[in-house]
Design a protein around this ligand. Sequence first.
Ligand code: SF4
Length: 232
Amino acid sequence: MTTISTIENDPASGQPLPAGAVLLRTEPDRNCPLCPRLAGFREAARAREPNWFNSPVPSFGDPDGRLLIVGLAPGLQGANRTGRPFTGDFAGDLLYATLLEYGFAKGIYQARPDDGLTLIDCRISNAVRCVPPQNKPLPAEIGSCRQFLSATIETMPRLRAVVALGRVAHESMLKALGLRSSAAPFAHGAMHPAGALRLYDSYHCSRYNTNTRVLTPEMFRSVFARVRADLG
Ligand code: SF4
């Protein structure tokens, strides 16, 4: 039988793996060089704001959770600054309030990684781990970072539901799951069965989308209400 091990939690890290084991890297190195443009942007941010996180932002939450939320990429002054997904900018205000409302989080969200907020049965990650200029990663960058998304999925043994926030997260999830876009087109509120998983689509909870009413808080809550009803 194949054993799946991760670099983060492998107790024998640095030791030879057991025969048949597969090592999955769920978190990139702090200086991941795979996207030269993003690495350069990261370095410039480190020089400009040495007290910010300015590194690939790790997933947050419960690896044994049944729900995974996949965003686009860290916001410059949000997760890239604080080091926790969706923490410190407008998108996090709506996301964490909604997770608290539907029982996927507990505590008080205070927009800081040390606010004590914990996720319940839930994990949050991003399709692209490094902050991109203008929030727009290039297709090659999304492709390079998918290995970490795929590893994250494969190392969540109880995973049953994925909420993709926006089209980029949706498309990257489809590729990670080996599904064709034509079989599961992105649409807010849609649910796509994918084997043992269900992929739910939502418009991204960005300030732009909410200011323009592309996404209302009610529309966002309806996605998580359905996930909660399905997961029980
Ligand atoms: S976006 Fe992902 S693959 Fe690209 S440099 Fe950052 S961590 Fe590496």
